[in-house]
Ligand binder design. Structure first.
Ligand code: SIN
Length: 290
């Protein structure tokens, strides 16, 4: 007998919450993101983000200004230097995730870094000592199929590591090297390192936190040992059991906890000029200025 489990939206306060995977990802409904949030509704959304690590909204008719207004309700916008240099229509903080721009750099990048691990799971602005806590990504022009984004529950990925791997990662720091890209925008910032296993400051959860898009290297290990251990991390992130995969449609918005999940953009849409716009939310002032 076939058993069909239906996704059932659950009512949480004023929101409807449809959980997508056992620990990560939920679609939030019953809300129009153009309308200013009450404090209660804002707190419900924030609680859902802490719980599900990434939440999705469908069929939202947001323009850039409304995207900014929605995001600002969760904290100050962080403007990375590469966006500050070319504000989109004068709007600070808007970063265009553009396949056209990416394609221009892709061949040279692949050639230069051909020996690196190609599982590009990453988090945003972790080249800083204190990265943005949240990110809100809005579909602008998305392919009819392909171009999904995958988020990984980096807490579950950590918990499910074999004990000997946890021991090998204990106390280790991993570099995040974005200098090349930053220097091109005239921004000089040192190479930072973060603990490979980080404690989330709001939930207390231990998070496996490596960025494969920014040339990671485990400090204190030689190159071969570092790569071998990083390959284990990359394989862990790649396990579908820890992931949620989101198919973009016009009107889709994703909002994630950048400290709890890593993500991966699936590039399987040929030369479609996929375009999304992303806003980042700075961490609390005590941490944000570092
Ligand atoms: C991002 O890396 O912030 C964007 C993800 C995507 O293009 O799907």
């Amino acid at each position: 007998m076939n058993v069909v489990t239906q996704l059932r939206p659950e009512k949480v306060g004023t929101l409807t919450v449809t959980q997508l995977q056992p620990t990560i990802g939920a679609e939030l409904g019953g809300i129009d993101l153009r309308i200013p949030l009450s404090d209660e509704l804002r707190d419900e959304i924030k609680a859902a983000i802490l719980k599900y690590k990434v939440v999705f909204f469908r069929d939202q008719d947001l323009d850039r200004e409304q995207h900014l207004a929605f995001t600002k309700q969760f904290g100050p916008i962080y403007t990375p230097p590469y966006s500050a240099n070319k504000p989109i229509d004068g709007a600070p903080g808007v970063h265009q995730v553009s396949a056209v721009e990416f394609t221009k750099r892709e061949a040279e990048y692949n050639e230069r870094f051909k020996d690196e691990i190609k599982e590009y799971y990453h988090s945003d602005t972790n080249w800083r000592l204190v990265p943005a806590w949240g990110a809100v990504l809005r579909a602008v022009d998305v392919p009819p199929f392909g171009g999904d984004t995958v988020w990984v529950d980096a807490g579950l990925a950590y918990r499910e590591l074999p004990e000997d791997v946890k021991e090998r990662l204990e106390g280790k720091f991993v570099t995040v090297d974005f200098r090349d890209a930053l220097l091109k925008t005239g921004h000089d910032y040192p190479i930072v390192s973060h603990p490979a296993v980080r404690t989330h400051r709001e939930t207390g959860e231990k998070i496996l936190w490596v960025d494969f898009g920014k040339h990671p290297k485990i400090l204190g290990l030689d190159n071969a040992d570092s790569k071998e251990l990083l390959e284990i991390v990359a394989r862990q992130y790649s396990r579908p059991e820890f992931q949620v995969r989101f198919a973009w449609r016009p009107g889709s918005v994703a909002f994630w906890d950048n400290r709890a999940a890593v993500h991966y953009a699936v590039r399987n849409y040929g030369d479609y000029p996929r375009l999304l716009e992303r806003l980042l939310i700075a961490d609390e002032p005590l941490w944000a200025d570092l």
